[in-house]
Design a protein around this ligand. Sequence first.
Ligand code: ADP
Ligand code: MG
Length: 735
Amino acid sequence: MSKPKSCEMVKVVVRCRPLSRKEEASGCERIVDMDVKLGQVALRNPRAAPGELLKTFTFDAVYDATSRQGDLYDETVRPLIDSVLRGFNGTIFAYGQTGTGKTYTMQGQWLEPERRGIIPNSFEHIFTHISRSQNQQYLVRASYLEIYQEEIRDLLAKDHGRKLELKESPDSGVYIRDLSSFVTKNVKEIEHVMNVGNQTRSIGFTNMNEHSSRSHAIFLITVECSQEGPDGENHIRVGKLNLVDLAGSERQAKTGARGERLKEATKINLSLSALGNVISALVDGRSSHVPYRDSKLTRLLQDSLGGNAKTIMVATLGPAPSNYDETLTTLRYANRAKNIRNKPRVNEDPKDALLREFQEEIARLKAQLDKRGILTMERRKRRNRRLKMIEEGPGGESYGVEGDEADDDDDEQGEDEDEDIMEKEAQEYMKEQQEKLETERAAIRDDRSLVAEEKQRMLEEKERMMGDLRKEQEATELLTAKFKAMESKLLVGGKNIIDHTNEQQKMLEQKRQEITEQTRREREIQQQMLLQDEETMELRETFSSLQQEVELKTKKLKKLYAKLQAVKAEIQDVNDEHVRTRQELEQTQNELTRELKFKYLIIENFIPPEEKNKIMNRLVFDAEEEQWKFQPLVPAQNKFTQMKRRPASAVGYKRPISQYARVAIAMGAHSRYRAENVMFLELDMAPPTMFQLEFHRSESDVEPSQEVLLSNASYRETVSATRVRKSRSWYVVHD
Ligand code: ADP
Ligand code: MG
């Protein structure tokens, strides 16, 4: 069971964009009013009767048209990213009608630092944090995906048209199979990843606007951090950050669409309506079933809604009167989401931490390198010793001692030498050895005292040694490169990622954060005070006279009456909306029933019953994917006994193939020869063979002469010869 202490509400903030130039030009008036200090939004109905009250909603924070990207980031997003860096999961949704600034809020205008959105700001934040960290190792990776019509696509894969599958494992929960993720070492790299994804998103669709407004884009950042715990062991914390730019929340017009188009229309916002249903179920508290499985989006972000994550929803609004209905819907949606409880906790030492794998691999490589280093070192020592012995020894062959063994300083190697030094030494050693071998070779060549055979043998020996040396050198280089590449990906503050801000800037940042923290607290207190005010007003009041009491009570009555009216209006609105939704659903249902009846009609009248039964018998329902599927024609267990494969021809081709075609294939020639048949299978259009038997003898002779028979035979031959030629002429043309 969850402890209430670890519960945390979903944070909901609302942002309203400025009037667009077009809206301004047409003389629109703003219908959204915001009290930034109190975190309140007031919405005015442009079609309201005079005296109708404004609809007000209270949120964790509100951002009006004058708000800057930085304000929203510092006040709302920064604490969440800090949590992610500490190992919590975090999610930020941007929800709202198309054109109200979801993408502006998430991404912003890339080129202007002031107008950068949440995603680029979070890049800065994460890497700055890492560069200032101490005694911690970080690994940051990013993925980017999109959900369009209930299909998941990887925006970073080469083959981005491929649909990816959602999978579930007991260890890591719901995940996407084969989703590519890139380890990034700095802001530039992760920005590049994001730009690549954005480009992929914008190409390949003729109607970019429509596509982007109907698809959900999710940018995933995983931050893994390894730090030594009090127990002396390294512990890994993993924070996953989902940055979600949802599809436009406006109602898709479903009416009028038929068949495929209707199916498409119902699919487009399936994820979004499922999200709404999940929120309702979570907030309701009465329903035990939360329909996460209804859509890809809700399944993927299950943790962010009522699970192990800290979640922020940014609801974006348009201020123009024409936006009224959608704006109200958005505000209601956001208002409901406020009541979702999450249970975030730090993800410590999860099984699937990539950082651990990296660390282990690096340790393995380092051990290998060390071994190599030690090996070469020892070999060198051994060699040196041997050479010295040879030098001093009696009657030693003196060809190898050219006096280049001056540097024996490697004997006093410390254990704690740096890899850099080691690598340099190894290189030096290699060079030195190579030079030595060269000179030795030269010496052998010049040495007249040796027999030619002996010389040859020694030269070969040297050659082999040089080859070995080179191979070893290459292997070491390869290993070193791999080691360095791996190690550079693990970020350590002050070592391979350096903070360039100076003390003053840091102070400034800190002060700014303190201020935003202060305003946030102030707002909270004000909101609480407002609530308490209403409850405790009468307790504080003492009445000096009856008259005064009546006055005050009337005032209060009026206030309560107004409140009652507001609630009544609200109920009416919700009812209206409910009716509208219901009507729409009924309409959709009617359409679907029509469609179904039509299909039944076709089946009943045009498909033989036995065929229909065959198909019906093969159908099974796949509960996982919620789809009907065909069973395979042959049961899986005796596939091989029942259905034998067609045997390949003797030479391994599927069908007979001509020599010419075989040669053509081998040459990589024209594609038409990939499986050329020997036989000519076209209809023979030659005229029918007709010839007369010419009998030289009398009619009484029944037997035709041998000669005639022969000539007939030759005729037959010529006929078949033309046929063969004809089929051959195929190749001749291409020759
Ligand atoms: P959405 O992604 O919700 O469809 P966009 O982010 O594309 O909407 O915003 C639509 C337009 O409004 C863009 O031109 C954007 O620059 C502008 N815009 C949105 N929000 C703001 C804002 N807070 N300040 C200034 N311009 C904004
Ligand atoms: Mg957008």
